[in-house]
Design a protein around this ligand. Structure first.
Ligand code: NDP
Length: 455
């Protein structure tokens, strides 16, 4: 065999797996045909966060007036932002490549395809490997409606030649609400069109209600319970017809309607790798596919599509196969953040999920953050704990508000360690912060549980 391990895909999961396996002494090859670092670094988490930061500066400039600064937002230069973002992404690409080279992995800037369980075609060359990892990620999917070709997906949003003045975003998942904040913050008339009564299905109900209010306060026009039916190009823009029989005219229609696994053209059929209903690669807890020497990691398995999950999986598999340290990755209690403006962060169970099986004590607080007492901006922070009534364990922590992702990371450690509400209560706060509210939540808001009415 040419390699002990061949990794298809140089994204978060693949790079980590290849690098750690090479560090354990394995002969590793890794192929990437698009960009090193994958979705997260190039057209996902990293550039998205730069765009969100850019969008926040406008409001920050306005807010500074409340503190005595003679400041005003002024004009925004979209091209300058994209150029600065591209420069940084280019730097990160280089780092990802060098990480692999320095670890001793052989790099292929090429597409790889399976020929059989141990043989690959890598950019036209035949390569054999003892073990193979599929870490090819996913791609955004749009809706099949008339005129769909006039819409963009998130991949395109990072390279728009100019900032649109009017935008319609379809969907209300992570990508939709994050980009709603970006476009509205940069001054576009922004419409959010979604089929649920509230955005972010699957998140805690209080966060969802709070987010809908925050989006509206930021000027986003909300279209709940609505789906798009057609897009037509007009002389002045794009006319988006909606299921409520109204239409909106915009410059940009953006499908943020989910992602699907990249499994086409990889020879998975030829090698006997089984796929699930949505085209995702099926794996067991050891990341093995239906072919025992072929593994799959990260978004291509479509379980919990988050970068830190993918890197943790890559690391665990490399340790298991080549580091003499067999381990998996627990997908329970994974913290996550949505970089809406303001952001959301959450760890553990929603009130609804927790109360389905047990009685829970619920603590909710909503307040104006200290900063906005002087800025006058109408922006609330919401914090919530869901506590098991029987054991006192904190089952869920949820926050909508400035710095929520930074605060939630620490709470996730406490929850993984099994913290109880009493542990939170005996923790001394850091004053004056928003975070201290999590350890001073004394007044129970309600009790929820089976048969205690709608949550
Ligand atoms: P999501 O699955 O989060 O959201 C998809 C949205 O599209 C939902 O609002 C969904 O509505 C809607 N939708 C799907 N199909 C249709 C349809 N046929 N008609 C109308 N609406 C539809 O996908 P995203 O694209 O936002 O993101 C993909 C994943 O990437 C996320 O789930 C997350 O795992 C990851 N991600 C993580 C980020 C982070 O960590 N901050 C940032 C961005 C992405 P409904 O709810 O009704 O199904």
């Amino acid at each position: 065999m040419d390699f002990d391990l061949f990794v298809i895909g140089g994204g978060s999961a693949g790079v980590r797996c290849a690098r750690i396996a090479a560090g354990h002494g394995a002969r590793v090859g890794v192929a990437e045909s698009r960009f090193w670092g994958g979705t997260c670094v190039n057209i996902g988490c990293v550039p998205k966060k730069f765009l969100v930061m850019a969008a926040e500066y406008g409001a920050n400039a306005e807010d500074a007036r409340g503190f005595g600064w003679d400041a005003a937002p002024g004009a925004h230069d979209w091209q300058a932002l994209i150029a600065a973002k591209d420069k940084e992404i280019g730097r990160l690409n280089g780092i990802y490549r060098r990480l692999l080279e320095n670890a001793g992995a052989k790099i292929f800037d090429a597409r790889a395809r399976l020929i059989d369980a141990h043989t690959l075609d890598v950019g036209g060359a035949r390569v054999t490997a003892e073990k193979i990892v599929i870490a090819t990620g996913g791609h955004p999917t749009g809706l099949e409606i008339p005129g769909a070709e006039h819409a963009i997906i998130s991949d395109d949003a990072f390279y728009l030649p100019e900032m649109p003045k009017r935008v319609a975003i379809i969907g209300s998942g992570y990508i939709a609400v994050e980009f709603a904040g970006v476009f509205a913050g940069l001054g576009a008339e922004t419409h959010l069109i979604y089929r649920q009564p509230l955005p972010l299905r699957g998140f805690d109900i209080d966060l969802r209600e709070g987010l809908a209010e925050a989006l509206a306060a930021n000027g986003v026009v909300l279209h709940p319970d609505t789906v798009p039916t057609a897009i037509a190009q007009t002389e002045t823009g794009k006319r988006l017809s909606l299921s409520d029989t109204t239409c909106v005219e915009v410059d940009l229609v953006f499908f943020a309607t989910g992602r699907a696994a990249n499994t086409k053209g990889l020879g998975l059929d030829e090698a006997g790798v089984k796929l699930g209903e949505k085209g995702e690669v099926l794996v067991g807890p050891d990341f093995a596919t239906s072919v025992p020497n072929i593994y799959a990691l990260g978004d291509v398995t479509d379980r919990l599509n988050l970068t830190p999950v993918a890197t943790a999986e890559g690391h665990a598999l490399a340790d298991t196969l080549f580091g003499n340290k067999a381990r998996g990755v627990s997908l329970a209690t994974v913290p996550t953040a949505v970089f809406s403006i303001p952001p959301i962060a959450t760890v553990g169970l929603t009130e609804e999920d927790a109360a389905r099986e047990r009685r829970v004590r619920v603590f909710v607080t909503r307040f104006t953050p200290m900063r906005h007492q002087l800025t006058g901006r109408v922006r609330k922070t919401l914090m919530k704990l869901v506590v098991d009534e029987a054991t006192d364990k904190v089952l869920g922590a949820h926050m909508l508000g400035e710095d929520a992702p930074e605060i939630m990371q620490g709470l996730a450690v406490a929850m993984i360690a099994g913290a109880t509400k009493a542990d939170f209560d005996r923790t001394i706060g850091i004053h004056p912060t928003a975070a201290e509210e999590f350890v001073t939540l004394r007044t129970q808001t309600r009790v929820a549980g089976p048969g205690i009415g709608p949550v």
